[in-house]
Write a protein that binds this ligand. Structure first.
Ligand SMILES: *Cc1c(COP(=O)(O)O)cnc(C)c1O
Length: 228
């Protein structure tokens, strides 16, 4: 009581996305807000649902499985965390999008599982543009090669790229990283025949407005929505 509710947080995040979009002449309707519900109780997820939020993401396979079991499958779930190959079966086929395919081996494991269950899994390739050892993701120079492998796998469809900026107090610190992801996307679309990388997943609580300005069309926001 007295603390901001999820509904108000969501309204405020949406308003900030709309303002950022207006500032740079973009249509906010083309930007998907993914509510990152990791570590949050189901009750807060349900508050977000009541406030009209439909797309949610988890970063651990086990947590995802629990949410699906408890909250049913009416919502759209995404997976955004590092996925170990022995957990692939818990995720593939259960989410609309995996943002975090970060190696050729994981790509192949995802494709194999999708083939087994006869579906096509939509994925993003996660790119590490900060050079931090602690972060997962393909190096910039590996992305083209992994895209070519993916093109030969009919059970996965690469829809775009994802990145995480370095942790920072100043949102401006993320701008260069986001711009590089967009430029990488534009270059790859030009270079590799038939590639369509329409999704750019970048921007979190610390920097989602900058991400909008740099062309993000998928924002992954947790704290700003759920910290009540
Ligand atoms: C936790 C997480 C987010 C959301 O972070 P917030 O700072 O809480 O908005 C986004 N992306 C990934 C990959 C995450 O793990």
């Amino acid at each position: 009581m007295g603390l901001p509710a999820v509904r108000e947080n969501l309204a405020s995040v949406r308003e900030r996305i709309a303002s950022a979009a207006r500032r740079c002449g973009r249509d906010a309707a083309e930007i998907t807000l993914v509510a990152v519900s990791k570590n949050m109780p189901d009750s807060l997820v349900l508050e977000a649902v009541e406030a009209g939020q439909r797309v949610f993401a988890e970063n651990r396979a086990q947590e995802l499985a629990g949410r699906l079991r408890r909250l049913g499958r009416d919502l759209e779930w995404h997976f955004i965390g590092h996925l170990q190959r022995n957990k692939v079966n818990m995720v593939v086929g259960n989410v609309a999008l995996i943002h975090s395919v970060d190696s050729k081996r994981l790509l192949e494991a995802v494709a194999a599982r999708a083939r087994d269950i006869q579906m096509v899994q939509d994925i993003l390739l996660q790119v590490n543009l900060t050079g931090e050892e602690s972060k997962y993701g393909l190096e910039e120079g590996e992305v083209a090669y992994v895209l070519e492998i993916a093109a030969g796998l009919s059970s996965v469809r690469v829809r775009g790229l994802m990145t995480m900026a370095a942790l920072a107090d100043n949102p401006e610190a993320s701008r260069r990283c986001f711009r590089r992801l967009r430029e990488l996307r534009d270059r790859l679309e030009g270079e590799i025949e038939g590639t369509s990388l329409e999704i750019l997943s970048m921007g979190m609580t610390q920097d989602f407005e900058v991400a909008v300005e740099e062309g993000a069309n998928m924002l992954r926001v947790g704290t700003a929505i759920f910290a009540t």
